[in-house]
Ligand binder design. Structure first.
Ligand code: F6P
Length: 365
């Protein structure tokens, strides 16, 4: 089906990641040069849609941004048009549905179809907007790589490079001081960054949410290494790894909105316990938002570009409520619903986990 789209809107939602600017550039250039239509960038994610903040995107806005991290449009992981903070009542935030206002603003902006670049939260909102009549196309973004229906999200490769570089650096100092070094990486409740960086960086123990661990197994690994003359060990810990009793460690817990709770600090707890149990000196590094910043890798720039082009093609064909995805190396599309229906987690018996075990990496089992 051919559409009569004359103006495409684009917004970036949720936590940022390297490669967003590559997407914005690809969408803008493809729309202008291949299809001769206009592009409007909505500022600060769904917040800008609710508050009617946007501006035209022209070639001059997207020139020279391919290699830049972050997003020139700004983003937020707070503003959901279907659950928006509309005031305070009895000392508590009052939530309201302002989606009609947000959709009305899209009309004011003259936007005929909307490209939403986001993780599961933003893509869920995109799917709900489609149900209310907004022609929408999604692009998967997150360093966590935890979105179903795509082999990879852009941003993951850059985060993986940052985490692997950190492990390489920890190796040299761990070896000098005969210490056990723990690196806590991001990923929410999925262990992709920890699994991949731990394997690439030659970690000795990798702890991920999908595989329960025991302190005995970690100490056994450290002691086995010592017997082999290896006086240091590297433990890569996913922020969402749960303690042996099932507890998750948060830097900030938001009980009435678990999605806004912030994981963090589990490596400290594990480091202290391992030190006590095994009588070794431990040090903990929390990599944090360094994984979200900086220059995107060539892989993420290319994937972002391919996703951006695909999203414009889908919109121009009139194929909505779909997300661009990578499937067996090819960029294709899937229904948004499939993309957000379940989180993609590491399978404990997957080929990469088995390969890591084969080369002696312990998962603390
Ligand atoms: O989803 C991306 C991510 O970086 C997670 O890995 C992490 O748990 C979370 O976002 C951190 O969010 P914030 O930037 O709000 O602290």
């Amino acid at each position: 089906m051919q559409t009569t789209i004359k103006r495409l809107g684009i917004l970036t939602g949720g936590g940022d990641c390297p490669g967003l600017n590559a997407v914005i550039r690809a969408v803008t250039k493809t729309a202008i040069y291949r299809y001769g239509i206009e592009v409007v960038g909505i500022v600060d994610g769904f917040g800008g849609m609710i508050e009617n903040r946007s501006h035209f995107l022209e070639d001059c806005h997207v020139s020279g941004i391919l290699h830049r991290g972050g997003t020139i449009l700004g983003t937020t992981n707070r503003d959901n048009p279907f659950r928006y903070a509309v005031g305070i009542e009895n000392g508590k935030t009052k939530w309201g549905d302002v989606s009609d206002r947000a959709i009305c603003n899209l009309e004011k902006m003259g936007i005929d179809a909307l490209v939403v670049v986001g993780g599961d939260g933003s893509l869920n909102i995109a799917h709900e907007l489609y149900a209310k009549g907004v022609p929408v196309v999604g692009i998967p973004k997150t360093i966590d790589n935890d979105l179903s229906a795509t082999d990879l999200t852009f941003g993951f490769d850059t985060a993986l490079n940052t985490a692997t570089d950190a492990i390489d650096k920890l190796h040299t100092t761990a070896e000098s001081h005969h210490r056990v070094m723990l690196l806590e990486v991001m990923g929410r409740n999925a262990g992709w960054i920890a699994l991949h960086s731990g394997t690439a960086g030659g970690g000795d123990v990798i702890l991920i949410p999908e595989i329960p661990f025991s302190y005995e197994a970690i100490c056994q690994k450290i002691s086995d290494r010592r017997k082999m003359g290896k006086k240091f060990s590297i433990i890569v810990v996913a922020e969402g790894a749960s303690l042996p009793d099932g507890e998750l460690i948060y830097q900030k817990e938001v009980p009435d909105n678990p999605h806004h709770s912030k994981l963090g600090g589990v490596a400290d707890v594990i480091g202290n316990t391992v030190s006590e149990h095994c009588g070794v000196e431990t040090r903990v590094t929390v990599l944090g938002h360094l994984q979200r910043g900086g220059t995107p890798t060539p892989f993420d720039r290319i994937l972002g570009t391919r996703f951006g082009v695909k999203a414009v093609e889908l919109a121009m064909e009139g194929t909505f409520d779909q997300m661009a995805c990578l499937c067996n190396g090819e960029v294709q599309s899937v229904p948004l619903h499939d993309a957000v229906s379940e989180q993609k987690l590491v399978k404990a018996d997957s080929e990469l986990v088995r390969a890591a075990k084969s080369v002696g990496i312990s998962f603390g089992e």
